[in-house]
Design a protein around this ligand. Structure first.
Ligand SMILES: [Zn+2]
Length: 445
């Protein structure tokens, strides 16, 4: 009986070891050789170095690093950077040209996490549109700890929005909390905390005067009750005045750009002193108006392959172009993007922590995988130096998510790596020239 137990244990251990899958019959670990290495932090670029991976983690990195008996992979001419992380995404709700809670199935979630992984994105934080099935039968645990397929998932569970009459439960926000007063918040926060989540999502916006905005008393209570339970709060935000009140109230993440006004010094100082993380989601604001005109990416296979079926036909049609251009929101959206770009630069320059987020997966045009690479391009176009853009997409985002084992190429970190055919320091769009992706030292198929 005891022997049988040890046999069972040995089988379990060998099945769960990421290193094992990598061996392909060879013994030992993996040595990635002769690559340019962008470590994701402020340390200098390694022009020609090696990375030794053991048991899914980086054991050593640098020029001349060797590994006795390791499987060697020659990466001459390639550039290696940490895998990308997206701190504002949505999972499972889009399918084809629709966005709906009815699309939220285990299969759809895993399909999308695999798509992110194939684009070099190995962590996504889903902000507030998840559904109970994620928290059943161990699904969330397996997706969060990386033993499931695709990108690792961090969930904010069910977010908080304003009361609304006749909410359709199968709409994307059909299951979010909708407290009508601050007194309802503690019980709702208790039920959310039971899911084992770290971040709470709130929406504070009137969506161009189409819905009532969450009142300050309610979001004040949400922030307080979340903090009491060691959870952080991420706010959907649009207006400067709301950002100012949220920051004063203790918000942890501004999960979109401030898009109505350029930020002033008083808010910058308050964001900095309170360690607020800013997630610009510039790609969302670009997608909101881009197809009213010409885009440089519309026929790029890297973009097209990221799209859900039917979306290319939709966005490239004359009708879609005209509807976008003639929409009363067109000028507002163009202007919002301009202000968002200016604010991203100003906030970055002030030394406030910026993390990468896109809102990909909330709607079909916010396409998962491509959006994260476009976001890096837009941060660069906003004036953020490329080395900092890479840090934003990796180390800063890992820190924002509280993931100490991820985000840089350094000894002890999990070997989540993106291997590129060209160097993004020369052109940020080179992050799209993906040669291979490693998740915990195992090549993603
Ligand atoms: Zn979102």
């Amino acid at each position: 009986m005891k022997n049988f137990f040890y046999l069972l244990l040995a089988i379990l251990v060998s099945c769960s070891s990421p290193q094992n899958e990598n061996r392909e019959g060879k013994t030992g670990s993996v040595l990635l050789k002769n690559a340019k290495i962008l470590r994701g932090d402020s340390t200098p670029v390694i022009e020609n170095g090696n990375i030794l991976i053991e048991n899914g983690r980086i054991a050593e990195v640098g020029a001349g690093v060797t590994g006795q008996g390791a499987e060697e992979v020659d990466l001459s001419g390639k550039t290696v950077m940490p895998a990308i992380m997206c701190t504002h995404a949505h999972i499972g709700v889009v399918k084809d040209t629709t966005a709906s809670g009815a699309n939220y199935t285990r299969e759809n979630i895993i399909r999308q996490l695999k798509k992110y992984a194939s684009y070099g994105v190995l962590h996504v934080q889903a902000l507030g549109t998840d559904r109970p099935l994620l928290f059943q039968n161990g699904l969330y645990d397996s997706l969060r700890n990386g033993s499931g397929e695709g990108a690792r998932l961090i969930s904010a569970g069910f977010g908080f929005n304003v009361p609304q009459a006749n909410v359709n439960p199968s709409s994307t926000q059909g299951l979010v909390y909708r407290p009508s007063s601050a007194s309802q918040v503690p019980a709702e926060m208790d039920s959310l905390a039971k899911l084992g989540i770290n971040t709470v999502k709130i929406w504070v916006d009137d969506f161009n005067k189409t819905v009532p905005k969450m009142n300050e008393e309610v979001y004040h209570a949400i922030i307080d009750e979340a903090h009491k339970r060691n959870m952080k709060v991420a706010a959907h935000v649009y207006y400067l005045a709301d950002a100012r009140r949220l920051v004063a109230d203790g918000i942890d993440f501004l999960a979109h750009s401030i898009r109505d006004s350029v930020v002033d010094d008083a808010l910058l100082a308050m964001m900095k002193s309170k360690d607020v993380v800013y997630i610009p989601t510039l790609s969302l604001d670009k997608f909101a108006y881009a197809y009213g005109g010409e885009t440089e990416w519309i026929n790029d296979p890297f973009f097209k392959e990221s799209l859900e079926p039917g979306v290319y036909e939709m966005i490239s049609s004359e009708k879609y172009k005209n509807d976008t251009k003639n929409s009363p929101a067109y000028a507002r959206n163009q202007n919002a993007f301009k202000i968002a770009m200016a604010n991203a630069k100003k906030i970055f320059d002030y030394g406030i922590k910026v993390a990468l987020g896109t809102d990909s997966g909330a709607f079909p045009i916010r396409t998962q995988g491509f959006a994260e690479h476009l976001e890096m391009q837009l941060l660069s176009e906003a004036g953020v130096p490329v080395s900092d853009v890479i840090a934003i997409a990796t180390n800063n985002s890992a820190q924002a998510l509280g993931l100490r084992d991820f985000g840089t190429i350094g000894a002890g970190k999990v070997a989540d790596l993106l291997v590129l055919d060209a160097d993004p320091m020369q052109d940020i769009k080179n992050t799209r020239k993906i040669f291979s992706v490693y998740k915990a030292g195992v090549k993603v198929k």
